[in-house]
Design a protein around this ligand. Sequence first.
Ligand SMILES: Cc1cc2nc3c(=O)[nH]c(=O)nc-3n(C[C@H](O)[C@H](O)[C@H](O)COP(=O)(O)OP(=O)(O)OC[C@H]3O[C@@H](n4cnc5c(N)ncnc54)[C@H](O)[C@@H]3O)c2cc1C
Length: 408
Amino acid sequence: MIHPDFDCELSEEERAVRDMVHRFAEEVMRPIGRRLDRLSAEEVIAPGSELWDVHRKWDELGIRSLAADPSAIPPEQLARMTCIIGEELGWGDAGLAVSLGAGDFPSMMAQVSQKPELIAAFPPGMLGCWAITEPDHGGDITEYVKPDAFTRLGKPNCVAKREGDFYVIRGQKAAWVSNGPVARAAALYTSLDDGGNGPDGFGVLLVDLSLAGVTHGKPLEKLGQRSLPQGEVFFDEVRVPLSHLVIAAADYPVGADLTLCMANSNMGAVFVGCARASYEMALEYARQRVQGGTPIINHQAIKLKLFEMFRKIEAARSLNRRVWLYNAKYNSFFGAQPGYLPGLHYAIASKVTSTQTAYEVATEALQVFGGNGLSYEYPVEKQLRDARASLIEDGTTEVLSLFAAERL
Ligand SMILES: Cc1cc2nc3c(=O)[nH]c(=O)nc-3n(C[C@H](O)[C@H](O)[C@H](O)COP(=O)(O)OP(=O)(O)OC[C@H]3O[C@@H](n4cnc5c(N)ncnc54)[C@H](O)[C@@H]3O)c2cc1C
């Protein structure tokens, strides 16, 4: 681990949590992530796959309950813990880190709703997903906070229509939903039709995916983060009680900001960890590989690369920690005073900075490895593929940046 004592503001307890999660990342996630990377997408989700060991061992660590009950510890401490944990998980394996994080989405939203029946129905450990992206609405799904979205963007692919005491869901979410093929619950961000002549708002429903009418798509084969199962979720007349609406249309603009703030800050932490992993691999290799009669770390061109990696990672990490702490004060997800808006443009700045850093650091790390960097025998080519996916994941760099720019 690089310069851990630079984190001089961490308490003993926080250091202990960091070290525990680091051990999990090193002993469980890193080796399993590499093996899952070499399997087909179907094999990754098969019964008996090591993916399930990762989720089971993560449950056993007891960290999930921290995120599920934000009121249990002071907001600023929770924020510090969350970014430390995210970083260590991203260091272990980016795809698995996202699977674990997305898995908690429904239980977290149940907690936010403060409805006891939802808290009981969607407990931590019930593998979940965040289902928002649609086949025809990728980059523009964030536009549904704007009043003219329904006339401007065309037909939504998924609509929940209010019929009596139920919302009846028809349609589908995109193949990119993390955990989509295996999730048991969804935080469904969807168009709502409150009984009129078509969709007239956007909101969030908690959906038990064992309900009649739900089907899952095949897991997607893809370039990077192959340990993360992704696929569609289809809804054919799925009936969900009205009480499962956790963010109504009127509250959606603030709810969407809070969600994006949380998701972007989390990605900011995970991809600091991913970048750090690539840097450490390059540093270790540069100390061992001898060329020109000396370990390559003694060549100035390699030294400069390593320092650039180190500098970018520390900058991305500092921004991420600052954003988490700011939002601990102002983001009501963390129990802060209501009425304050979260700093979404800061959270997006963190996600964009961390993912760009992870990609640039992995590219340079591969260069340090020379020909070996391209080989499946070494771990660094996987780092590059995993980091590349992050520039699209949860919103492309371009679309998120434009969205944030509107807040300046
Ligand atoms: C690893 C990974 C994990 C993901 N996890 C989830 C998840 O858990 N849940 C979920 O619902 N979704 C998830 N997604 C989906 C992700 O959020 C979308 O892929 C992303 O928002 C882009 O949408 P799209 O793929 O449809 O691309 P498009 O929206 O079709 O974009 C194509 C290109 O056009 C550009 N573009 C689009 N609109 C604009 C614009 N207005 N201005 C400028 N440029 C524009 C984009 O930047 C991009 O380069 C995940 C994706 C990945 C890769």
